[in-house]
Design a protein around this ligand. Structure first.
Ligand SMILES: *Cc1c(COP(=O)(O)O)cnc(C)c1O
Length: 363
């Protein structure tokens, strides 16, 4: 059993993927080819924003968003203390300071009530992370940010395709960033990412930033990056986008089935914030004795993952030794992600749940 089964998806799409890849090889515009522009148009239309700018990775998107907003040394950006390192890393790469905020114990999303106390004269932005496939309370966060004159940057690396009160993830903030890493809900066959914004001036700036700050004809207005999405990856994503809605529906069915099968076990199933439709990037439980249970599942041949084993402020690269956030720390001890992908079959899920029941009983 695979934790994320990319081979099952590839088998379905193979003829269309082959044709798309051959199409790029035939025209030879490997960088900034026509498929990139087509993808950007389709993604922007789907999300419902004016501008999508494809780039080299989700991490680069986060860094580019902050460069575009002029965030740098001396500035602070508030990020959740629990999550993937890239959110905080992108702040530090800009020379700014990540300031860690507490999360909600049920959803593991940024807790809006924790934010006010962290805002200082140096705060420039708040970066809610749409973790495991669902958005944080973007309305409450945006209201607070507007009150203090701060930007909101959605880290939507795990939530492309999700909705909050009917609006798409990636359309809920000044600028949003997603990732096309292979195992994300919409993944390519390498690294890739994209930025979304309604702000035309910011979009123009981001287009320069992905390409060495080039305003055209080798006129380099500002320091940028080399962070463009490969044309081959765009062609692959265009094929995958055709099946994306069906895959999101299948993810929902898989999550619903886990919810039913796990209802009787002594653990906390993933909880959605009211108003959210998740893309179920991960199916992440919380339970006591997590390490022993994970070891027994491993012995039973069930792949699991720990998203994430330590708070970001305890990661040496982005550490804040004075920081202590009890909900983030408890989550790191309790989370366990089960196999999750659109092609997971009922029989496989039953095996996972049976092994999990045995593991919880200490068998
Ligand atoms: C995957 C991920 C990223 C980084 O995306 P890459 O494309 O791998 O650089 C950033 N934030 C979160 C929450 C992620 O899950």
């Amino acid at each position: 059993m695979a934790f994320v089964d990319l081979a099952a998806q590839q088998a379905r799409l193979k003829p269309r993927l082959d044709a798309a890849i051959q199409g790029v090889l035939a025209h030879g515009r490997y960088v900034q080819g026509p498929e990139v522009a087509e993808l950007e148009e389709r993604l922007a239309a789907r999300v419902g924003v004016a501008h999508c700018i494809a780039c080299g990775s989700g991490t680069a998107a986060l860094q580019l968003a902050q460069m575009g907003l002029g965030i740098g040394p001396g500035d602070e950006v508030i990020v959740p203390g629990f999550g993937f390192v890239a959110s905080a890393e992108s702040v530090a790469l800009c020379g700014a300071k990540p300031v860690y905020a507490e999360i909600d114990p049920d959803t593991l999303l940024l807790e809006p009530l924790a934010l006010e106390a962290l805002i200082t004269p140096r705060t420039r932005a708040i970066m809610p992370v749409s973790l495991f496939g669902q958005c944080a309370d973007m309305q409450a966060i945006t209201k607070l940010a507007e009150h203090h004159g701060l930007a909101v940057i959605e880290d939507a690396a795990q939530s492309f395709g999700a909705r909050r009160h009917g609006r798409a993830s990636c359309s809920l903030s000044r600028v949003a960033c997603t990732s096309f890493f292979p195992s994300k809900p919409l993944g390519c066959y390498g690294d890739g990412g994209a930025l979304f914004t309604d702000d035309e001036a910011l979009a123009t700036c981001l287009r320069r930033l992905i390409n060495h700050g080039d305003a055209g004809r080798y006129r380099h207005l500002q320091l940028g990056m080399n962070s463009r999405l490969d044309t081959l990856q765009a062609a692959i994503l265009l094929v995958k986008l055709d099946d994306f809605d069906a895959e999101v529906a299948q993810r929902q069915a898989v999550a619903d089935r886990y919810d039913r099968l796990l209802a009787a076990l002594p653990l906390d199933r993933p909880r959605l914030l009211p108003g959210n439709v998740s893309v179920h990037a991960q199916y992440t439980l919380q339970l006591e004795g997590r390490d022993a249970v994970a070891a027994r599942l491993n012995d039973a041949g069930i792949p699991t993952a720990i998203h994430y084993p330590r708070p970001l402020y305890r990661q040496p690269a982005v550490a804040d030794p004075a920081c202590r956030l009890s909900v983030c720390e408890a989550a790191c001890e309790r989370v366990l992600s089960l196999p999750m992908h659109p092609y997971l079959e009922q029989g496989q899920q039953e095996r996972v749940v049976e092994a999990l029941g045995d593991a919880l009983r200490g068998a």
